[in-house]
Design a protein around this ligand. Sequence first.
Ligand code: APR
Length: 238
Amino acid sequence: MNKLTNLLRSANYPIVFTGAGMSTESGLPDFRSKDRGLWEKFNPNELANVQALRHNTAEFTAFYQYRLATLYKYKPHEGHHVLANWENDGVIKGIITQNVDTFHYDAGSKNVMELHGSFRTFHCHECEQPFDRENYFAGKSTCSCGGTIRPGIVLFGEQLPQDTFMQAEQEAGKADLFIVLGSSLTVSPANMFPLVAKENGAKLVIINQEPTDYDRYADLVIQDKSIKEVLTEIAAVI
Ligand code: APR
């Protein structure tokens, strides 16, 4: 813990990179944790892609209405608020996130790069007309044009938002400290950013309860504490 505190104190441009493990202590499931990950219950190949939207529409819609309903039940935890306070105080410079739960924004973070979009907006997959989230939550899922309504998140096989991606690439390149919080680092191209930072001279820290393939490149790996524990303990002394 002291090592991470010292790294944070001495860095000029720390960037945080979060995955679903950032939100499990809010109550949301992550995707790949043994026994509890979302992909243990649902098959992403049958649900989280455009083919499912087109040819498995009812199951696709039921899945995303279920995920939206789950999101409504939970909120950012103390760790999200610590990151927002640190950005406000200049301790960190921004957050690159794979998460679509909007919890970083909800907690007050400003410089947040949502690589996979978010559940903040919904639109028609055919005509791209924006669609009210509450109507989707209430069960409406077909556009007046006849198209299928979908969340503003990146489905498997779709392109990431280019401007967000480029901004994240710039931030990772400027980082002299890159802190991964709660990601298995198994999904590309998001999982390239720790190495972009490392190759540009940054110290790499990985806080994750399970090993990742990137641990061998890290200057510090913390597996024995949860993200909320680590963030709140450091917030008390930094
Ligand atoms: N503290 C520390 N680590 C945690 C905690 C916690 N409280 N909770 C979970 N973890 C770890 C798990 O051990 C796991 O290795 O967080 C990691 C989460 O990994 P994944 O479930 O694979 O989530 P993520 O890496 O964000 O997935 C990336 O995959 O399905 C797609 O688009 C989806 O953005 C997602 C992407």
